[in-house]
Design a protein around this ligand. Structure first.
Ligand code: NAD
Length: 470
């Protein structure tokens, strides 16, 4: 598939194969762009700014709604491509496409709500006699750099609100899984003037880095790992940056919780997309009194998962993004076992597959739970009481989301208030998001928020206009 720059399809002499992680077959190739191509995309995106600003909000909204219709019509096609390039079960891909449609629809609605406010300058010294108001203006060019695990929805979370508030965009899709994003950008490009939507493919360290450092890009909206995010924040200079980074999300289960409900939540949170979810349940923190019962029920439910061809509708556990990622998970789990943790179920790798694994007697100092383990692993950490649960939950550099299962209102509120995370759910695992909610972590998990209205805030600049009426 070619890149899209200024409405034209552009290739390169260097190509990169995109492989199906399930069987290793080449699905397609993408160009490896170099700096000159990234520069061309920046020029085209800047040249197109005017054409978008001149469109009425009504028209921008309608165009986004037209894109919603097209994506709805191609729902199955997009889901299949997503499964082929990511290795996620087809049913999960359909959910991702449905959420992408929803994200796009929310953006089409938001395009009509770019409100600002009047400001009472007379509340400040010497401000009497003014009539003042703000305007929310587009930043200009937004570069969207996105990861492999939910490529379509996470990219739409950036480019749809960006366009809703009249920014042009340059997309740098994930190298491992760029195809659904590229196909979607083709679709979106049909609705807008040339240069509003541009796609540059290749290596993050080259074209991604070029976009980050360019003075002619006004905003970097990045989702990916903490390591890359930190590099971006150091290099971005004066431009605005939103960073949606990794997570090491805790889910706490207290003695009085509905254990079956908690088990269902953990199965979803730890094994969805083979555990490659930023807000996945990465640490199961359980009060000692119920830990044995919870572990047994967790093992029973884990054994019901079906590993197989991700295109098969009965498959509930697909592959990781590639074999290298699966080997990394295998090594991390084996390392925890050598330090005293005990595998209750799973623990075996086959190519890019890694079995859904429940591992008990994990201690907070093990690498498995100190860092983000991006695979289908549910590590159980046993604690004495709610105080220790909160302490363990906060003992991490991350702070994306958290969940707590309890029927004790005061303990629920303590956890909600004391856990350092962007979101805390009560009686729900950390792995939950609606596409309109403010989403974004504390600590090393990120800077800024997404969720359409919140993304628009971060993709506009506020101008104050004051009229001296005296
Ligand atoms: P990654 O950081 O390796 O890559 C993300 C993107 O950045 C890719 O497009 C990559 O090509 C690009 N990139 C790499 N180096 C770059 C550089 N020097 N400059 C600019 N761009 C560069 O992340 P990944 O492995 O694709 O994704 C997994 C990570 O993403 C996990 O840590 C996961 O938790 C996180 N994630 C976070 C969220 C969130 O919303 N908080 C959502 C999904 C995934």
């Amino acid at each position: 598939m070619d890149m899209l720059i200024g409405g034209k399809h552009i290739s390169s002499d260097d190509l990169l194969e995109v492989k199906n992680p399930y069987d290793g077959e080449v699905i397609d190739t993408i160009p490896i762009a170099h700096r000159q191509i990234a520069d061309l995309a920046i020029t085209e995106a800047n040249n197109a700014k005017e054409s978008l600003v001149e469109m009425s909000a009504f028209k921008v909204s309608n165009k986004l709604f037209d894109a919603v219709k097209k994506l709805e019509e191609l729902r199955e096609e997009f889901a299949e491509l997503l499964t082929l390039e990511v290795g996620k079960p087809i049913n999960e891909s359909l959910v991702e496409v449905d959420r992408s449609i929803e994200t796009l629809r929310l953006s089409a609605e938001e395009a009509k709500r770019i409100y600002a406010e009047s400001v009472p300058l007379d509340a400040g010294l010497n401000g009497k006699g003014f009539f003042a108001f703000t305007q929310k203006l587009p930043l200009g060019v937004v570069a969207a750099i996105t990861p492999f695990n939910y490529p379509l929805n996470l990219t739409i979370h950036k480019i749809a609100p960006a366009i809703a508030c009249k920014n042009t965009v340059i997309v740098k899709p994930p190298t491992e899984a760029p195809l659904t994003v590229m196909k979607f950008c083709e679709l979106l490009n049909e609705e807008f003037p040339d240069g509003v939507v541009n796609v540059v493919t290749g290596y993050g360290s080259e074209v991604g880095d070029y976009l980050v450092c360019s003075p002619n890009v006004d905003k970097i909206s990045f989702t990916g790992s903490v390591t890359t995010g930190m590099m971006i924040s150091q290099k971005a200079g004066m431009k605005k940056v939103t960073l949606e980074l990794g997570g090491n999300d805790p889910t706490i289960i207290l003695k009085d919780a509905d254990i079956d409900k908690a088990v269902k939540g953990i199965i979803n949170g730890a094994f969805l997309n083979a555990g490659q979810v930023c807000m996945g349940v990465k640490r199961v923190i359980v009060e000692d009194g119920i830990a044995d019962e919870l572990a047994e029920k967790l093992v029973n439910e884990t054994e019901k998962l079906v590993m197989g061809n991700p295109l098969d509708k009965s498959t509930t556990l697909g592959t990781l993004i590639n074999e290298k990622a699966a080997i990394q998970v295998e090594e991390t789990v084996n390392n925890a076992v050598s330090q005293g943790a005990e595998i209750l179920v799973g623990g075996l790798r086959d190519g890019a597959f890694y079995e859904a694994t429940v591992i008990d007697n994990v201690t907070p100092d093990m690498d498995l739970v100190m860092r983000e383990t991006f695979g289908p692993v549910a590590p159980i950490i046993r604690v004495e009481d709610v105080d220790e649960a909160i302490e363990v939950a906060n003992d991490t550099e991350y702070g994306l989301q958290a969940g707590v299962f309890t029927n004790d209102y005061s303990k629920a509120m303590r956890c909600a208030q004391e856990i350092e995370a962007g979101t805390v759910f009560v009686n729900k695992q950390s792995t939950f998001r609606t596409d309109n909610m403010p989403f974004g972590g504390f600590k090393s998990s990120g800077v800024g928020k997404e969720g359409i209205k919140y993304a628009v805030d971060e993709m506009t600049k506020t101008k104050l206009i004051g009229l001296n009426l005296r």
